[in-house]
Design a protein around this ligand. Sequence first.
Ligand code: 13P
Length: 250
Amino acid sequence: MSRRLIYAANWKMHHGPVAARAFAERFGATVEPREERELWFFPPAVSIAATAEALGARSDTSVGAQNVYWEQKGAFTGESSVPLVAEAGALGALVGHSERRHIFGETDADTARKVTALLAGGLVPMLCVGETLAEREAGDTEQVVMRQLRAALDGRTPAELDRTLIAYEPVWAIGTGRNATPSDAAMVHRSIRAELARLGARGRAPVLYGGSVNARNILALLAEAELDGVLVGGASLDPDGWAELVGLGG
Ligand code: 13P
């Protein structure tokens, strides 16, 4: 039996409401739902509603936020809470993306609070973990990724762990055109899964790979049974390119 693959598009700071709607309409008209495929779109916050509306009620597709703040409401200028993004149509959110950690200085503790807020609000956290080049070269990949995982997920109930998606995104592979080799990625995925089991996950947690995924390397990556899908930045920005990519690997 083939496994269910998850294809997630992180548009980062691209596609305002007009472009997002046009993308979603075109994508919806050209890509048929498939039983063994799950699609996620992470548009900028201002485009969540337009994307969700234009995709409509497709059972295979979910829209998520790229970030949330952990408080419910209040004087937090510039932030979006879980209830706010949920009202706009988000069913989940990225947490701990490397750009949040390394450009905006988010800590492991911030990431944990965001996971808590998402789980409490009934949304799916897609927790991103990954080492920098210096950490990899120092042989610290496992240690860094396990620290990030434990900081965000220690103490969760098995049901909460089973609702959480993980994306392994080595920082040095993001936007660089240099992807992890399938076997290197698979090795880290195996460790992530083992750690999730130790933390109490009952099911086989889906672990996605992200970092310079494109139409040329996706088949080799998804040939690794440890990879349950991909989280894609640059190669998700064009509707036809993204339609082609989600057609590969299933
Ligand atoms: P790229 O696919 O552009 O390398 O970005 C990966 C990423 O950060 C997805 O969250």
